[in-house]
Design a protein around this ligand. Structure first.
Ligand code: ADP
Ligand code: MG
Length: 343
């Protein structure tokens, strides 16, 4: 073993992935796209096959103090299906791998799988396999999803062109704000176990954190409208980080407008008034909203301009790495991608 030891946090998650990627070349003509997008793309004959994996580790991605196992199962499926949606595809199968410590009972596993089954029913996905082992510390759940997309419908992160319109679905920042609520209620409970958390008022925010729903509906509607995004990614790490991915991969710059970023009223009030966090910061850097971010060419503007759940937040320009936001006051500021770094 070499004497040198470098810490992973020097590279960060994306740096580490880039380092791994650099050491591997694709060897099979059926491997169309390897590391670097929301899902790998394989030649499946008439269509492309899409594959993506996501791993959730206890106390890194979830805290069982406030995460019902059923929701965890549902979320683990949703985050995978979301990556297939980001390729403009449809998820069809999942394989589920579990590492369980002896803290977990059969009933607990049953509950986890109730959530997985509810998600399979919602997304019309089949559970077709997996792996099970024991764990020394807590629960780890890793899901691999397999999906399909017509070859002419696939959307990568690298297709955005100057003058394209930047679109985002739903609203942003709610999942992060929901997490702040759950963390706060956990602290209240730890101080006084007699206290029951008051979550009713925050149901929407907490729901967005605990039980996200992948935007498979948008993939369907874009097809109906005859719109193929030029680039697409799902928002797992925060709007800013995902904009950087599209910018970098497409070799373009982005400009967004602060007042166009969709933030739900409850998110706005809760973040601003209760946590004193700028709601726009929650949207830009909060993550876990699992909405879709995509770019469309100008000629498709008319087709989506009346869609109630698609918001146009800016445009693409040709200067790579110049990613900016026009603030509500009209100032132009550089976008920063904090995202989520797991190290
Ligand atoms: P997403 O946020 O869409 O799930 P990630 O940021 O997790 O995407 O991953 C980016 C890309 O890096 C994907 O193509 C993914 O398959 C790949 N990747 C992530 N971790 C590894 C790893 N340990 N080895 C090889 N490829 C990886
Ligand atoms: Mg993704």
């Amino acid at each position: 073993m070499s004497e040198n030891r470098s810490e992973i946090n020097q590279l960060g998650e994306f740096g580490l992935i880039a380092r791994i990627r650099q050491k591997f070349n694709l060897q099979n003509p059926t491997s169309i796209k390897g590391i670097g997008d929301d899902a790998a793309v394989l030649d499946g004959g008439d269509e492309y096959t899409l594959v993506s994996a996501d791993l959730l580790a206890e106390n890194v991605h979830f805290d069982l103090a406030y995460t019902p196992l059923q929701h965890l199962g549902y979320k683990a499926v949703s985050v995978n299906v979301s990556d297939i949606a980001a390729m403009n595809g449809k998820a069809e199968q999942i394989v589920v791998s579990l590492a369980l410590s002896n803290r977990f009972s059969i009933e607990a596993v049953d509950t986890l799988y109730e959530g997985i089954r509810a998600a399979c029913d919602h997304y019309k996905v089949d559970l077709v396999g997996g792996d099970t082992t024991s764990s020394q510390s807590g629960l780890i759940i890793s899901i691999t999803v397999i999906g399909k997309v017509k070859k002419d419908k696939i959307t990568y992160r690298d297709g955005a062109k100057a003058n394209d319109i930047i679109c985002v679905t739903g609203d942003l920042g709610a999942a992060f704000t929901g997490l702040q609520i759950l963390e706060r209620e956990k602290q209240v409970f730890l101080t006084d176990p007699g206290m029951q958390p008051l979550l009713n008022k925050y149901e929407y925010l907490v729901g967005r954190q605990l039980k996200p729903i992948a935007r498979t509906d948008i993939v369907f509607e874009l097809e109906e409208l005859g719109v193929k995004p030029t680039a697409m990614i799902d928002i797992s790490d925060g709007l800013a980080s995902e904009l950087f991915h599209i910018g970098k991969n497409s070799n373009v710059g982005v400009r967004i407008y602060e007042d166009k970023i969709p933030v739900d009223e409850l998110t706005y009030n809760t973040a601003a008034l209760e946590f004193r966090i700028d709601p726009v910061t929650c949207a830009l850097n909060g993550g876990e909203d699992y909405e879709l971010l995509f770019t469309i060419s100008q000629e498709d503007f008319e087709k989506i301009k009346n869609h109630a759940d698609i918001h146009m937040i800016g445009y693409v320009h040709e200067k790579p790495d110049e990613h900016t936001m026009v603030t509500k006051q009209g100032n132009v500021v550089a976008l920063k991608a904090q995202g989520w770094d797991h190290f």
